[in-house]
Ligand binder design. Structure first.
Ligand code: DLL
Length: 438
C-alpha cells in the first residue's frame, strides 16, 4: 500500500512543475516576510523573480546551523506568532537550540509525511504503534505520533525510558510497530533477554528506527533479537523532524518526500551542486513549510541520491542511508574516519557487542589520541588475560585493515558502556578545542 499514491508515484514532469511552482512562491513569501532572507537575496543580487527553473535554486546562498542559532528564537519566522501551534527545538546538548515552529498546516504536513513513512515500512490502519521516541521538545515523539494518528493506528505513546514497562506495554497491548532510536531498540532487546521474554511471544512486526546513525549490521542484530523487520527513517528539526525520508520494502535507500523537502547534494568544500549518484552533503529546502521555512539548509549529513526506479513503484528519489556527518567525521592522523566504519567492523566481530565509545584526547605531544572502548560479548568475557588479548588484537587488526590506521583498543566488561534511551553518544571528545571546560 502507498499512502499518497498520487504524490509518491507521480510522473517526474508533473513533480518538477509543482516543485518549481512551490519554490517560486516560497522565494516571494520569504523575501516579503523574513528580513534575513530578503537581505540574503539582496546581497546575492537576486530577486525572487530570478528563480525561473529548479536549477536556479543553486544561485540562492545556503542557510547554516549557525545562522539558525544567531536568529534564535523567532528570526526566521515567516508567519505571525499568533498562527503558531507548536514549537520544537533541536536536541543539541550545547549552545543555543535550533527552532522549528509549526502552524496548523505544518502539523498536517508532518502527519502526512510521517504517515507516508510508516506506510513505506509496511504500517497500516489498525496497527498498534508503540512510540518510544522521546516526547517533548525533541521532534521524534510527536512527529511519529502525528504520523501514526494520520495512518489510523492505535498509538501507545510510551515515550523513551522505563524499559521494563516498555516490554510490558508491548506484550499487553500487542504492539505491532516499534518506533525508537536503533540503540534503544537494541537495549530493549537486551532487557527482554534478561527478563526471559521470548520475542516470539511479542507481536512486533516492524521497527521504524532513526534519529542517529546505524548500520545494516546493526539492523541485522536488532532484527534477530526482536524478531521484526527494521526500517530506517530520517529527518531533522530544522526541516520538520522525522518524515523527511524513509525506507520502503525494497530497502534500497530512503525515499525522500521531495514534493515537500527538495534535496540537493553538494561538495562540502566548494558548495558546488553534485549530480545524482555522487556523495556529498545533503542540502534541503522546505518547499511548503509555513512557520519556519528554510532555503538550502546545509544538514551536514553525508549521503547520495539515487534516482533509479524503485521496485515499490514510488518515483520519489532515494537517499542512501547516512554515511556520516561532516562534523562527526574524525580526522585521525590525516585520515577521515566515520564512527559508522568502526561500528561496521565491530559488528563483524563475533566476540564483541556493538556497544562502543570513541574517546579522543589531546596528549602531551599535542597529537590526537584515540581510544576505542568496546564491550566484550558476555559469552566471551573471561578472566583470562590471554583470551582478552586475542580479542583485542583481532579488533585492532580489523580496524587497521578497514581504516588504514591503528587505533588503541580497550576492552570493557559487558554493560560497562552506558545504554541510551534516545540518541547514543558514540564520540567523546576531550580535546577541549574551544577552550571551555572539557
Ligand atoms: O533526530 C528527527 C528524527 C526523529 C529522525 C526520529 C528520525 C526519527 P534532530 O534531533 O534535529 O532530529 O537530529 C537530526 O539526526 O541531521 C542526522 O544527523 C541524525 N539522524 C536523523 N535520522 C537519522 C538516521 C531528529 N536515520 C540529525 N540515520 C540529522 C542517521 C540520523 N542519522
Amino acid at each position: 500500500m502507498i499512502w499518497n499514491e498520487q504524490r509518491e508515484c507521480e510522473d517526474l514532469e508533473t513533480r518538477r512543475k509543482r516543485q518549481l511552482a512551490d519554490l517560486k512562491e516560497l522565494c516571494f513569501r520569504l523575501y516579503d516576510r523574513v528580513p534575513f532572507y530578503r537581505a540574503r537575496f539582496d546581497a546575492a543580487g537576486l530577486t525572487p523573480a530570478d528563480i525561473r527553473q529548479l536549477s536556479d535554486l543553486s544561485r540562492i546562498p545556503f542557510t547554516t546551523k549557525d545562522e539558525l542559532r544567531e536568529t534564535y528564537p523567532y528570526g526566521l519566522l515567516a508567519v505571525d506568532e499568533s498562527e503558531l501551534r507548536e514549537i520544537h527545538t533541536s536536541s543539541g546538548t550545547t549552545g543555543t537550540p535550533v527552532v522549528g515552529a509549526y502552524t496548523d498546516a505544518d502539523i498536517s504536513l508532518w502527519g502526512e509525511v510521517a504517515a507516508r513513512c510508516l506506510c513505506m515500512a509496511g504500517g497500516r490502519r489498525g496497527d498498534v504503534v508503540q512510540n518510544a521516541y522521546g516526547y517533548g521538545m525533541f521532534t521524534g515523539g510527536l512527529g511519529l505520533h502525528y504520523g501514526a494518528r494520520a495512518l489510523g493506528a492505535n498509538i501507545i505513546p510510551a515515550a523513551s525510558g522505563n524499559t521494563k514497562r516498555q516490554l510490558m506495554l508491548m506484550r499487553d497491548f500487542k504492539s505491532t510497530i516499534l518506533t525508537c532510536t536503533p540503540s534503544y531498540a537494541l537495549h530493549m532487546a537486551e532487557v527482554a533477554k534478561e527478563l526471559s521474554i521470548d520475542p516470539d511471544r511479542l507481536h512486533l512486526n516492524i521497527g521504524v528506527f532513526g534519529a542517529e546513525p546505524w548500520s545494516n549490521a546493526m539492523r541485522a542484530e536488532i532484527e534477530n533479537k526482536l524478531h521484526l523487520k527494521a526500517f530506517d527513517i530520517y529527518g531533522l528539526t530544522e526541516i520538520i523532524g522525522p518524515g523527511v525520508s524513509c525506507e520502503c520494502a525494497a530497502q534500497n535507500g530512503l525515499h525522500v518526500n521531495e514534493d515537500h523537502f527538495y534535496p540537493e547534494i553538494i561538495d562540502a568544500r566548494t558548495g558546488e551542486v553534485l549530480p545524482d549518484g555522487e556523495t556529498g552533503e545533503l542540502v534541503l529546502t522546505t518547499l511548503t513549510r509555513q512557520g519556519t521555512p528554510i532555503l538550502r539548509y546545509r544538514t551536514r549529513d553525508i549521503t547520495r541520491i539515487d534516482s533509479s526506479p524503485c521496485a515499490c513503484g514510488r518515483t520519489l528519489r532515494r537517499m542512501h542511508r547516512l554515511l556520516g556527518r561532516n562534523d562527526d567525521m574524525l580526522i585521525l592522523r590525516g585520515v577521515n574516519v566515520f564512527p559508522s566504519q568502526i561500528e561496521n567492523v565491530l559488528l563483524r566481530i563475533e566476540e564483541t557487542q556493538p556497544h562502543y565509545q570513541i574517546i579522543i584526547e589531546r596528549g602531551a605531544s599535542h597529537l590526537d589520541e584515540v581510544e576505542l572502548q568496546v564491550e566484550v560479548e558476555e559469552n566471551f568475557f573471561s578472566d583470562e588475560t590471554k583470551e582478552l588479548e586475542r580479542i583485542r588484537r583481532k579488533i585492532h587488526s580489523e580496524l587497521k585493515q578497514e581504516l588504514g590506521i591503528s587505533v588503541k583498543v580497550k576492552l570493557v566488561e559487558p554493560r560497562a558502556i552506558a545504554r541510551s534511551e534516545g540518541k547514543a553518544k558514540r564520540v567523546i571528545d576531550r580535546r577541549n578545542l574551544q577552550g571551555g571546560t572539557p
